[in-house]
Design a protein around this ligand. Structure first.
Ligand code: KG4
Length: 337
């Protein structure tokens, strides 16, 4: 079964062709990140306009790359939530019109479920159940992936997402936008104990996370130094911050994994590209005797392949939408469409 998959929830427009949920025939991505850089963050209206400009060209490009015709498309999958509402709407309306004109099913896909499926493409042996840490610019969740389409949130951030925290701190450190990658690179070789930063414990909710206190502590540290005219050692600061974020995520994920006892742990989302988090997860999984699944860096960020993969499993579970499909800025990952 060949699925044409569409992703437009933030600043990446992506169209992919995926066969039977695991084989990527083509994945074409256009990013508008360069346009947003001067504003220090994504400007939703600009992102939406960029999606409109490129989406149909990307679909043609994907078909050409895969060497198939429109007639060979069996279904269309699309991110319908969560995301920037105007941006998601562009993909949803494009997908609706393609599905309607080809007379094929339309499959709604939750964006974070899509991120989880990135590992199905990277690791042919991976099957649920497993515990998955989902960390991106908009989300930080620990999810019990019970089956391909049954999910339960075990822990969630109470405030900011990990990626948002990386981006804000990188911006005040002068590392540009989006800052997760540059901050990660700046941390290489730095002393992760140079600065004492807070670790959070939420009473009665050991798997919930919080990044706002860490963000405030970092901002105070940086602003105090600026007011005194002092220069902080960038790589030590980046390393200490990365260690604090990882300490928020990795022990909780492992705690959840021990509770569930699946012996399989996965990590997904843009922040899954972080070298410190990857290293800490590797060490923790080795210690606990768990198998760890991480996507390659190109599948950590938003892409169409992951939507095509998850779309296949949603289709098998009966996930279908009509031309009345709407987009949602927020939606619980555990809800089936
Ligand atoms: O998954 P993604 O591409 O978009 C969302 O669905 O949100 O994630 C983007 C986020 C950004 O916040 C970016 O700074 C972060 O992923 N990111 C990283 C790294 N690479 C990207 N954060 C930490 N370390 C990295 N190496």
């Amino acid at each position: 079964m060949i699925i044409l998959a569409v992703e437009s929830s933030c600043d990446e427009t992506a169209v992919a062709l995926v066969k039977d949920g695991r084989e990527v025939l083509a994945d074409c991505i256009a990013s508008s990140v360069e346009m947003h850089k001067i504003y220090g963050g994504v400007v939703p209206e600009l992102a939406s306009r960029k999606h409109i400009e490129v989406i149909s060209t990307l679909a043609d490009e994907a078909l050409a790359k895969a060497g198939i015709t429109r007639k060979e498309i069996d279904a269309v999958a699309v991110t319908y939530a969560p995301g920037l509402i105007g941006a998601v709407l562009v993909g949803v309306n494009f997908a609706k019109s393609v599905a309607f004109s080809l007379g094929v099913p339309l499959i709604p896909v939750h964006h974070v479920r899509g991120h989880i499926a990135a590992n199905y493409i990277a690791h042919p042996d991976l099957e649920p159940p497993f515990v998955c840490l989902c960390v991106s610019g908009g989300t930080s969740l620990i999810v019990d992936v019970k089956s391909y389409t049954e999910m339960e949130i075990l822990g969630a951030t109470r405030d900011d997402a990990a990626g948002e925290c990386f981006d804000k701190i990188a911006r005040v450190m002068g590392l540009g936008y989006p800052g997760g990658g540059p901050l990660d690179r700046a941390s290489q070789g730095g002393d992760d104990k140079a600065f004492t930063l807070p670790r959070v414990h939420i009473h009665d909710a050991p798997l919930d996370m919080s990044f706002s206190g860490l963000k405030t502590a970092m901002l105070n540290l940086i602003h105090n130094a600026q007011q005194k005219g002092e220069d902080l050692p960038v790589s030590d600061l980046a390393a200490s911050f990365s260690a604090a974020v990882s300490d928020e995520l990795v022990p909780r994920t492992m705690f959840a994994a021990r509770q569930k006892g699946y012996g399989k742990v996965a990590v997904v989302g843009g922040v899954a590209a972080n070298s410190r988090i990857r290293r800490d997860l590797e060490a923790a999984c080795e210690k606990d005797g768990c198998k760890l699944y991480m996507p390659p860096l190109k599948l950590c960020g938003d892409n169409g392949s992951m939507i095509g993969s998850q779309g296949y499993y949603e289709y098998l579970a009966g996930g279908r939408a009509g031309t009345d499909l709407n987009a949602f800025a927020n939606r619980d990952i555990s809800l089936q469409y």
